[in-house]
Design a protein around this ligand. Structure first.
Ligand SMILES: [Zn+2]
Length: 346
């Protein structure tokens, strides 16, 4: 009987997203049918079984995406491959990520940010290739469709230039600490349409701007993974996709919010073309950023109310990040659920 119920549940389950504890970074596992895709690998300690008992073994991964070269997104992956004498993955596993090798055009000079260089070196040593992802690309992944919404080609070119500058400046390599502290947050949600997203100078944030963001669709389920992407770039590409499909809004079941809930990476403009009331916020809430920003939470709440949702679901991988108080929650026409969890099943 139990076996029968398990079978029924797995038959009904279309997709499962596991959110690992990754410090200030990201690491998620997407499962559909019998496929497993790792999206980022957090800090090096993310792969420790003590921290994430359910982190997958290397042999069972089918796909691996590293969204950008920030240490708290590729640290775990780097730790795995730098410790390996031979390719630790199964032969068929496909890696996606924008390395120096696959974004350079006519430049064969060896340049790169420290972590990007390390990653590149280790991939070459183990004979592994990574496949480039640029906005507008589509990939069919064993029955699922992945549509790339960021980065833009011109920003990858800029990344190459900055990469070059960085290596010449001989900046030393710093491992970010994982010290955790959080300030209590109390705020009022204001139901206004004014933008709470200050304009970012894209050039000065080029590593995040070149994040791979994508829409992942399997059967009737849609999930967006926004890495640390910039909202204007994602908005422009969602608009193109909607024009192409002849739709006004993109109905999405779940969104991994960009940049750990930073106010600089979510905008009213982007939310206005997405119909969604379930968001993953991956962060330990630690200093100095104290993510998620209350302005981001305000934008999510106001947008969900505006779209007529009665409930809003916010999924966290650390209790501390969910530790905020909405002072006018009782007066808002929506029920807000803060859920600290390890997985979301769609
Ligand atoms: Zn990040």
């Amino acid at each position: 009987m139990i076996r029968f119920i398990v079978l029924i549940i797995s038959w009904m389950t279309n997709m499962k997203i596991t959110i690992f504890k990754a410090g200030k970074g990201d690491s998620l596992l997407v499962e559909w049918n019998n496929n497993k895709m790792l999206v980022d690998s957090g800090t090096p300690s993310t792969i420790n079984k003590k921290k994430n008992h359910n982190f997958p073994s290397t042999e069972c991964l089918d796909f691996c995406i590293f969204t950008h070269i920030d240490y708290d997104h590729i640290g775990g992956f780097l730790k795995i491959i730098s410790k390996s004498e031979v390719n630790p993955f199964k032969k068929e596993m496909v890696i996606y990520g924008n390395c120096f090798q696959n974004i350079s055009i006519d430049n064969d000079e060896f340049v790169g940010f420290k972590h990007g260089v390390l990653l590149q070196d280790e991939l070459i040593r183990l004979g592994l290739d990574s496949n480039r992802m640029i906005s507008g690309n589509f990939f069919e992944l064993n029955g699922a469709l992945l549509t790339v919404l960021s980065p833009e080609r011109q920003h990858l070119d800029l990344l190459l230039e900055k990469w070059d500058g960085h290596i010449k400046s001989n900046e030393s390599f710093k491992i970010e600490n994982e010290y955790v502290s959080v300030n209590d947050k109390e705020f009022y949600v204001e139901l206004v349409n004014e933008s709470l997203t200050p304009m970012l100078d894209l050039e000065n944030d080029i590593i995040n701007v070149t994040s791979i963001a994508f829409l992942f669709e399997h059967e009737r389920k849609r999930v967006m993974f926004l890495a640390d992407s910039h909202p204007k770039i994602v908005y422009d590409n969602v608009k193109k996709l909607l024009d192409c499909r002849g739709e006004k809004f993109l109905d999405v079941d779940l969104i991994k919010l960009s940049h750990h809930g930073s106010r600089y990476n979510t905008s009213n403009e982007l939310l206005s073309v997405l119909k969604c009331n379930r968001f993953i916020i991956s962060t330990d809430g630690s200093e100095p950023y104290n993510h998620p920003h209350h302005q981001t939470l305000s934008m999510l709440i106001a947008s969900a109310i505006d779209q007529g949702f009665e409930d809003l679901y916010l999924y966290f991988n650390y209790e501390r990040a969910s530790d905020f108080i909405i002072l006018n929650e009782d007066n808002l026409n929506i029920k807000i659920y803060k859920i600290v969890c390890v997985e979301v099943i769609l």
